[in-house]
Design a protein around this ligand. Structure first.
Ligand code: SF4
Length: 284
C-alpha cells in the first residue's frame, strides 16, 4: 500500500516532522491498511500540515480542535482508523481541555503530537512544553513558567495507552504507531520532533543526550502504572518507548448499547413514508 501522495511538504530541511510523516506511512503500510480505511485529522501549526502529506482521508481543522473533529469522525464511522495529529502548542495549549476529555472519554483514536517545545509556524514563541529558563523571542530573559509535561498529565488523567518517540528513531516510532493504532482506546504518542529553525536548545543532540529509552531499561514494565508515573517524574518526561498500557479499559464506542456497526455513509437513513406521514399529522 502506498501512503505517499504528490504533495511536497514545505517543512524546513531537517524538521523532525518528516520522520513522523514517514513513520505513519510505514506503520500503516506494515499493518496492511488501505488509504481509504484511514483518516488523519490535524490542527494548526507546522505539524498540522501532515494531514495533507499522507495519502489517506485528511482534515486540516482549526487550532487546538483536532480531537473533537477526530472523535466526531470515529462516531460517524467506527470502521475508520482515525489518527489525530498536531503540535505541542496546538494540543497542550489551546487544545489541552479537549485532550483531557479525550483521555477521559477513551474513544478508539491515536493522537500523535509533534512536540518541539516551540511555536514554529508563528516563528518562534515559547510553548506550553518549553522548559523553565527557555529563551525564545517571547522569553528573551528566560521562560519564567514551568513546562507542562505531557506524559505526566496524560497519566494523571487516566490514559490507557501512552508512548513517546523521537524523530531520530524511526524504527521505534513505527512500532509505537502500530501498537497505538491496534490499541482499542485513546492512545497518545508524544514525539520529540525538533524544530531546527527556531529551537536552538532542544536539538537532536539535546534529546540524544537526555532521553531515557525505556526499550533498553531492564525490568521496565509498561503495565505498571505506578512505575510509569515514577519514570515520567524522575526523567522529567524525557523518556521514549511504550510508557504505559492498560488492556482492561473499554473504548467509549464499545460501551454504547446498539452503537451502529454500519457507518452513516452506508446506512439506509430513509424514513418509512407511513411513519413520516403520521409524524407530520401529529405536529400539523
Ligand atoms: Fe519544522 Fe520548525 Fe521549520 Fe516549522 S519552523 S517546519 S517546526 S523546523
Amino acid at each position: 500500500k502506498d501512503f505517499r501522495n504528490d504533495v511536497r511538504p514545505n517543512w524546513c530541511p531537517g524538521c523532525g516532522d518528516f520522520a513522523v510523516q514517514a513513520s505513519i506511512q510505514r506503520a500503516l503500510a506494515a499493518m496492511g491498511k488501505e488509504p481509504h480505511e484511514v483518516a488523519i485529522v490535524s490542527g494548526i501549526g507546522c505539524s498540522g500540515r501532515i494531514s495533507g502529506y499522507i495519502n489517506t482521508y485528511g482534515f486540516h481543522g482549526v487550532h487546538g480542535r483536532a480531537l473533537p473533529a477526530a472523535q466526531g469522525l470515529k462516531l460517524a464511522n467506527r470502521n475508520l482508523t482515525v489518527i489525530a495529529a498536531g503540535g505541542d502548542g496546538d494540543g497542550f495549549g489551546i487544545g489541552l481541555n479537549h485532550f483531557m476529555h479525550a483521555v477521559r472519554r477513551n474513544m478508539d483514536i491515536t493522537y500523535i503530537v509533534m512536540d518541539n517545545q516551540i511555536y514554529g509556524l508563528t516563528k518562534g514563541q515559547h510553548s506550553p512544553t518549553s522548559a523553565k529558563g527557555f529563551t525564545a523571542k517571547t522569553t528573551p530573559e528566560g521562560n519564567i513558567e514551568h513546562a507542562l509535561v505531557p506524559s505526566q498529565i496524560a497519566l494523571a488523567a487516566g490514559i490507557g495507552f501512552l508512548a513517546q518517540g523521537f524523530s531520530s528513531d524511526v524504527n521505534q516510532l513505527v512500532s509505537l504507531i502500530q501498537q497505538a493504532v491496534e490499541y482499542k482506546g485513546f492512545a497518545l504518542i508524544n514525539v520529540f520532533s525538533p524544530c531546527v529553525t527556531y529551537n536552538k536548545i532542544n536539538t537532536y543532540d539535546f534529546f540524544r543526550e537526555h532521553i531515557t529509552n525505556l526499550d533498553q531499561v531492564e525490568g521496565y514494565d509498561p503495565t505498571d502504572r505506578a512505575m510509569a508515573m515514577k519514570t515520567v517524574i524522575e526523567t522529567g518526561g524525557l523518556c521514549t518507548g511504550l510508557i504505559y498500557k492498560d488492556e482492561s479499559r473499554v473504548a467509549y464506542e464499545d460501551q454504547i448499547p446498539g452503537y451502529r456497526e454500519t457507518p452513516i455513509l452506508e446506512a439506509d437513513l430513509r424514513l418509512d413514508p407511513a411513519v413520516f406521514d403520521s409524524f407530520v399529522k401529529e405536529f400539523a
